[in-house]
Design a protein around this ligand. Structure first.
Ligand SMILES: Cc1cc2nc3c(=O)[nH]c(=O)nc-3n(C[C@H](O)[C@H](O)[C@H](O)COP(=O)(O)OP(=O)(O)OC[C@H]3O[C@@H](n4cnc5c(N)ncnc54)[C@H](O)[C@@H]3O)c2cc1C
Length: 472
C-alpha cells in the first residue's frame, strides 16, 4: 500500500513526487492514463496529417502531461499562470516559483531568462499605456519544444526506481469514507488503497474530476472560457516587443464592450499549429529553440464567464469551435483586410498575402461566420491598439486563425496546502482549476508534497479505515 497515490504525471504530479522524495516520503505511486515519455508519439505531429484520434490523446496525456510537446515557456511571475496568489502570500509564491524554476534548471532548462524589469521594458510599458494597454513585467525562461521534452525525460530518469510509476493506468474513481480519502479505483478494476491521494489530472481530466468532485460532495465553481484568434505576422513587426520581453502579456479593455482582451502564448519566429481538444480542432502556436520561421504568432483571447441560467462555459467554447470546424473542416485562416472588408479569404488571396501561413492546412474562409460580433470587435480593437506600439500589426496582410479556445477546469475548493475538504485528498494543477501554466502547476504539486511530508512526520492517529485490500 503506497503512502501517496498521485493521479497524473504532468508537471503538477511530477513536482509533487519530486518534493515528496526530497522531504523523505518514499512510498509513492504515480499513475497516468497516457503512455511513458518515450512512447508518446502524436501521429498528427509526426506525419503532418490530421488527427487520428488516439485514445488517449498522445499529445495531452502521458509522462510530462499536456505540456510535454509544448513550447515550454516558464513565466516566472505570480501574476499569470494561475490563481495560487489567492491562496498564498505573493512573497511566498514568488519564492516557490524561484524554487520550481531552479528544478527546471537542474534538469537541463536553458540558463537564459528573457524580459524582467529593465529600461527597454519600462519604455515599452509606457508606450503600451499610451495605447490603452497594460504590459505585465515578467521574466520568461524559454525551454523550446525540443528542450521541454528532454527536461521531462531527465525527470523521468531521475524518478525511475525511486517512485513506482504506472503509465497507461486510468483512475476511474477516488474513494473516500467518512470524509477521509481511502484510495483510488482504476479502469482495470483494481482498488489501490492509499493514505494520501494527490489528484493532478490536468485539463484533459477536467470533466472527470468535475464529476468526481460532485460525487464526493466537494464545492467546485465554473471558470471562464477564453475564446479568440491566433494572429500571425512578420517577425520583424513584433521584433522590438519580442526582443525586449520574449513573451509579452498585454492587457486591453475593449472600447465597445469593455471586455478584457489579452495577448497569450507569443511565439517569436514560431509556427502556428492545430490541436485537438477531444473531438474538436482548435489552433495554437509554438516555437523551437533552434528552428526559426519568418513569422511571429500570438493569441488574442477574450475571457467570458457565464452565470445563469447558463453556466457552462466549456460547452459554449466547444460550440464555437465546432462551428469553425464545420465551416472550415478544421482551422480557418483569414487575412485581416478580408475580415475588415466583409469578404472571405480564398487560397488566391492568402497566396497574395505578404505573410506566408505556417499552418498550411488551415482553410481560407470567413471568421465572421464563426465568432460572435462581440469577439471580433474586441479583437480588432486590440489589434488597432497594438499597432500603435508595433506598427504593422493592423496590416491587411496580418493572418488570423480561428478559433483558439482555452478551457479551464472547474475550480475545486482547496486550502493553502491544496487539500480539499476531504481529509488527505489534495487537488493540484490545471485539473483543480487553480493553475493555468507549467510553473504554477509545478508549484501546486510542491505545496501538496510539502504538506503531506509534514503530516507524515506527525505521529499517526488511529485510522478509521478498514484494513486495506486489493479488489479485482
Ligand atoms: C500545446 C500546449 C502548449 C502549452 N504551452 C505552455 C507554455 O509554453 N507555458 C506554460 O506555462 N504552459 C503551457 N501550456 C499549459 C501547460 O502545459 C499546463 O498548464 C500544465 O501542463 C498543467 O500541468 P498539470 O500537471 O496540471 O496537468 P497536465 O500537464 O495536463 O497533466 C495531467 C496528466 O494527468 C493524466 N490524467 C488525466 N486524467 C487521468 C486519470 N483519470 N487517471 C490517470 N491519469 C490521468 C493525463 O494523462 C496527463 O498526463 C501548454 C499547454 C498545451 C496543451
Amino acid at each position: 500500500m503506497p503512502d501517496v497515490v498521485i493521479i497524473g504525471a504532468g508537471p503538477a504530479g511530477i513536482f509533487a513526487a519530486l518534493t515528496l522524495l526530497e522531504e523523505g516520503v518514499s512510498d509513492i505511486l504515480l499513475v497516468d492514463r497516457g503512455r511513458d515519455i518515450e512512447q508518446r508519439e502524436c501521429p498528427a505531429r509526426k506525419n503532418q496529417q490530421g488527427c487520428v484520434h488516439c485514445t488517449p490523446c498522445a499529445l495531452l496525456t502521458g509522462w510530462g502531461g499536456a505540456g510535454a510537446f509544448s513550447d515550454g515557456k516558464l513565466t516566472l511571475t505570480t501574476e499569470v499562470g494561475g490563481f495560487l496568489g489567492e491562496l498564498i502570500p505573493t512573497v511566498e509564491l514568488q519564492e516557490l516559483i524561484r524554487l520550481a524554476d531552479a528544478k527546471y534548471l537542474k534538469y537541463g532548462a536553458p540558463e537564459t531568462v528573457h524580459g524582467g524589469s529593465n529600461r527597454a521594458v519600462r519604455r515599452l510599458k509606457a508606450l503600451a499605456r499610451k495605447a490603452e494597454m497594460e504590459l505585465i513585467e515578467m521574466e520568461v525562461r524559454h525551454l523550446g519544444t525540443e528542450n521541454c521534452y528532454r527536461v521531462l525525460q531527465r525527470m523521468r530518469q531521475d524518478l525511475d526506481g525511486r517512485v513506482e510509476i504506472h503509465t497507461e493506468t486510468r483512475v476511474t474513481q477516488i474513494q473516500a469514507e467518512r470524509g477521509v480519502v481511502q484510495g483510488v479505483h482504476t479502469e482495470a478494476g483494481e482498488f489501490i488503497p492509499a493514505r494520501y491521494v494527490i489528484s493532478a489530472p490536468g485539463r484533459i481530466g477536467a470533466d472527470w474530476i468535475r464529476d468526481e468532485t460532485r460525487r464526493l460532495g466537494l464545492e467546485a465553481i465554473p471558470s471562464p472560457v477564453d475564446i479568440g484568434l491566433r494572429v500571425e505576422l512578420p517577425a520583424a513587426v513584433m521584433e522590438e516587443i519580442t526582443a525586449t520581453t520574449y513573451e509579452s502579456k498585454l492587457i486591453y479593455y475593449s472600447r465597445t464592450f469593455d471586455d478584457k482582451v489579452r495577448t497569450f502564448c507569443m511565439n517569436p519566429y514560431g509556427e502556428v499549429v492545430s490541436e485537438y481538444v477531444g473531438d474538436i480542432m482548435t489552433v495554437n502556436g509554438h516555437s523551437y529553440a533552434e528552428k526559426k520561421t519568418d513569422n511571429t504568432n500570438f493569441a488574442l483571447l477574450v475571457s467570458t464567464l457565464f452565470t445563469e441560467p447558463f453556466d457552462d462555459p466549456i460547452a459554449y467554447g466547444r460550440y464555437i469551435s465546432r462551428l469553425a470546424n464545420l465551416l472550415g473542416r478544421g482551422v480557418i485562416v483569414q487575412r485581416l483586410g478580408d475580415l475588415a472588408d466583409g469578404r472571405r479569404s480564398t487560397p488566391a488571396r492568402i497566396a497574395r498575402s505578404s505573410v506566408k501561413p505556417t499552418l498550411e492546412s488551415a482553410t481560407p474562409g470567413d471568421l465572421s461566420f464563426v465568432l460572435p460580433y462581440r469577439y471580433i470587435k474586441d479583437i480588432t480593437e486590440m489589434l488597432a491598439a497594438l499597432d500603435q506600439i508595433a506598427p504593422g500589426v493592423n496590416s491587411r496582410h496580418t493572418l488570423l486563425y480561428g478559433v483558439e479556445v482555452k478551457f479551464y477546469s472547474h475550480r475545486i475548493e482547496v486550502d493553502r496546502n491544496m487539500e480539499t475538504r476531504i481529509g488527505n485528498l489534495f487537488a493540484v494543477g490545471d485539473g483543480a482549476g487553480v493553475t493555468r501554466g507549467l510553473i504554477q502547476a509545478s508549484v501546486s504539486g510542491m505545496l501538496a508534497g510539502r504538506a503531506i511530508a509534514r503530516n507524515t512526520r506527525k505521529p499517526r492517529k488511529r485510522s478509521p479505515r478498514k484494513s486495506p485490500k486489493v479488489q479485482r
